[in-house]
Ligand binder design. Structure first.
Ligand code: ZN
Length: 505
């Protein structure tokens, strides 16, 4: 009997590993598509990508998978499984439940819709005409409203979508947290933008050659402790980090020759994602646990490096002399203090991706409130531009001049990504909460950053967060590391202190 059970467990893990291998092929294809695949090969590649993805989807909802889930879930069997197999089973089951309730025909129809939605959205954004995207978006929303009923939900209908990206997250929690964030940040942004002593920023936009920026990016990744023996750096349009497998985690960045900040901070950000994936425990390789705990936790790691380390004054006290060497004229007469203040310039923008870290939170809250209303049938797609512009005016005090700078700016809805936006704001909140816990353990945090010695910081993140991969839910991880649930006070205090100093309030 004992023998039979362990062979069942072994077969299950092998079956799961096979899906992971197919995912590895998919990720490599994706990386290649985004970093220089020949243009004319893209269409055929997309077709091959679609075929393979459908295969993986079919495996995850197959009769065989169902049979593994049923047999391994029997209490007598479940109790004998290893800890990793138990967690793997939970994760596989979660995906199975998400996918299986959607009728096959409907799922296929939805995939076809999404396959074309990207180019419809792009054309509409190009023309700045929401009406062009509206019929397509109405269908995407209609499908996703039905998915809520297929999946089931507790409390608020939008919870079903939140749970996909951030397991356990609910409207009740976010309403409370985002209200606090909004009430705190709106007056702070006003004080900062009205402050007399504004940073000087003109030097930021000088010419900085691409090849030099690449050297800076390589230098920064090395300084963070990114392992180049298990990764590489490439150029792309929209930067991302991608784990092909745990020992091949790639970083991409983008170079703007008249704004070096793009590559510098994208590289640190994506490097933060990559450090997470590179430092997951080896024993999780080949399981769906060998990845970030959630979208929000993943974002907390990239933002921790980008904001709490990469925008730390001590970080530039150490690295600014090196940066200056790459482009002496640009930084001629720009003191460390000027540089530090300039990279914290706050200015409300219509565009989320061009926003500073404080107004960014308000952009996310707007998207959250809109999605919540859409999925509770309090808002229809046709009224989206009006809602969008009203909220922009109310929270950020600016009205988008057109749809391209308003409701059409983000790619997410055309990809069917609903419920994902909150992860970006959660990433900041988690990062600040982790920072507080880290400083309790490492009181010399500032001194480490200032001396260019980030190894203790990286080690802390690895031990407390990275190693666990997806073994813990976001909330379990947060509680284990910080001793409490989601608490926005840490981020709000961090902003308050930092910006009072920078803007001499
Ligand atoms: Zn990110």
């Amino acid at each position: 009997m004992e023998q039979m059970l362990s062979s069942l467990e072994r077969d299950f893990l092998q079956f799961v590993r096979k899906t992971m291998h197919m995912n590895e092929a998919l990720n490599l294809m994706l990386w290649d598509l985004k970093t220089g695949a020949p243009k004319l090969g893209v269409e055929l590649r997309a077709e091959a990508f679609g075929t393979l993805s459908a295969e993986v989807h079919a495996m995850s909802t197959s009769v065989q998978m169902k049979s593994y889930i049923d047999r391994l879930s029997e209490i007598a069997v479940y109790d004998t499984l290893s800890a990793i197999t138990k967690k793997t089973l939970d994760e596989v089951k979660r995906k199975y439940e998400q996918n299986i309730h959607i009728p096959v025909g409907e799922y296929k129809e939805y995939m076809v819709l999404l396959a074309n939605a990207g180019s419809v959205w792009e054309a509409a954004r190009e023309k700045s005409d929401f009406a062009m995207f509206r019929p397509c978006l109405e269908q995407i929303v209609a499908f996703n409203r039905r998915f809520v009923d297929y999946w089931g939900y507790e409390g608020n209908r939008y919870n079903a979508h939140l749970d996909v990206h951030e397991p356990g997250m609910t409207v009740a929690i976010l309403d409370d947290v985002f209200t606090k964030v909004k009430e705190h940040i709106m007056p702070l942004v006003k004080r900062v933008t009205e402050a007399n002593d504004q940073p000087r920023t003109s030097f930021l936009f000088h010419y900085f050659p691409k090849d030099k920026q690449r050297e800076v990016s390589l230098y920064l990744l090395k300084a963070m402790g990114y392992d180049f023996a298990r990764g590489r750096l490439d150029e792309t349009v929209h930067p991302f980090a991608l784990s092909i497998n745990r020992n091949d985690v790639r970083v991409t960045t983008a170079y703007y020759e008249h704004d070096f900040r793009k590559s510098v901070f994208s590289t640190i950000h994506e490097g933060g994602h990559a450090l997470y994936e590179q430092n997951i425990a080896e024993e999780l390789i080949g399981t769906p646990l060998c990845t970030a705990a959630s979208g929000g936790i993943d974002e907390s790691q990239s933002l921790f490096w980008e904001k709490m380390v990469g925008q730390h004054k001590g970080f530039w006290k150490y690295h600014y002399p090196a940066l200056k060497e790459w482009n002496r004229e640009q930084f001629d007469g720009v003191e460390l203090e000027d540089f530090y203040r300039a990279i914290h310039f706050v200015e409300p923008s219509c565009i989320r991706l061009r926003s500073d870290e404080m107004t960014y939170q308000l952009h996310i809250i707007i998207r959250y409130e809109i999605e919540k209303a859409l999925f509770n049938h309090e808002l229809e797609v046709k009224d989206l531009p009006e809602w969008w512009n009203e909220k922009m005016d109310a929270y950020l005090g600016i009205a988008p001049p057109d749809d391209a700078h308003g409701v059409l700016q983000d790619v997410h809805w055309s990809l069917g990504l609903i419920g994902y936006f909150p992860s970006y704001a959660l990433g900041y909140l988690y990062a600040a909460q982790f920072r507080n816990a880290m400083i309790n353990d490492l009181p010399d945090f500032d001194a480490f950053v200032e001396s260019g010695n980030v190894a203790p910081i990286r080690a802390w993140l690895t031990d407390n967060i990275h190693l666990h991969g997806r073994r813990k839910t976001p909330n379990e991880l947060l509680r284990d590391v910080t001793g409490e649930g989601l608490n926005p006070d840490y981020l709000l205090r961090y902003f308050e202190q930092k910006y009072a100093e920078i803007y001499r309030l």
